[in-house]
Design a protein around this ligand. Sequence first.
Ligand code: GLA
Length: 395
Amino acid sequence: FLVLLNNLFAQDKLLAPTPPMGWMSWNFFADNINEKELKKMADAMVSSGMAKAGYNYIFIDDGWQGGRDNKNNMIADPVKFPSGIKALSKYMHDRGLKLGIYSDAAQLTCAGYTASLGFEEQDAKTFASWDIDYLKYDYCHAPPDSNTAKIRYKAMGDALKKSGREIIYGVCEWGERQPWYWAANTGGQLWRTTHDVRDKWKMRLTETWGMGILDILDINVKLHEYAGPGRWNDADMLIAGLYGKKGPTGDGGGTGCTDAEYQSQFSLWAMMNSPLYASNDLRNMNDATKKILLNDEVIALNQDALGKQAIKKISDSVWNVFVKPLANGDIAVAVLNRSNMLQTCNINFSELGLNDKYEIRDLWLHQIIGKGKKWKGTVLPHETKIFRLKITGKP
Ligand code: GLA
């Protein structure tokens, strides 16, 4: 009876109890997408082991739209998507995958395609009728004030709730109006916190829009208290494996990163519970990229049931050290070398407020590297080490 009562009064079931994972089309294809390529990407997601590792969404980004029909229903571009979106979502679902789609809270999207302002209910119903599982809702061509943003995001959030299908709602106004305070109230399960990621470590002073890994980290890490199961800070796409590819991430000086930098982004995004959206060509991944994206022990931090975003405990010009408690009582500790030189780190876990004795597992080496209360070792420039600490004894 208690269980029944509990179910009756249970809050809305969480749509995103852990951060969504998958592959997003924008960085690799920009708006040159079509059903053939997206199906190939889905096949590669399965054959590469990505799907098994937890990446279960194909997120269609901007560029799929073909306008509206004579009843104002949104339609897909008939040349890019001759079989239609519903057939594509069936293709995904048949393979155990899910499908995300994209629109914008104005008349036009960022890339200039038909968007949803004034058609929220109709478009949400259309997405539901196509068996869509996720909507990324962008904010180009909309007025800058927060009130309008809240109203427009709520209109689509409400429409999705009424659509008859569970559709995860990703708010994408780039953190400009502090969505961590209000996006959940509009129905969002996640919200972008920054401008778009570029394929670079750090912005230069002359650059204004688009951000490097470190720039995004420094904004997103401060927002830990707003994240938790069903509500996530979205630090934008993973750029591992892009290696300076031209296109969206090539803008603003995005000439590519080192594998240590890509590994760092993945480690830090996992620690911060950001959604994990790969955006490289899954059909042609080298071993370094696979090793990063398929690190199941790092993915497990991101998908941990406790849903606690890491907190930065040490911050100086060389070291950033992050701590993330986990559901089984273990603690994840990430050590980032921000400097341009190899550095030796000598850390006492008590400096992080961790006063027990631990067994220390290196999640990049995939092995237990010691026991005790401290770690000493070298870290490459821009590399992030991650340790999973298991309590073995009290102080
Ligand atoms: C904005 C978003 C990106 C991408 C593009 C598509 O820039 O922030 O993530 O969706 O629009 O046009």
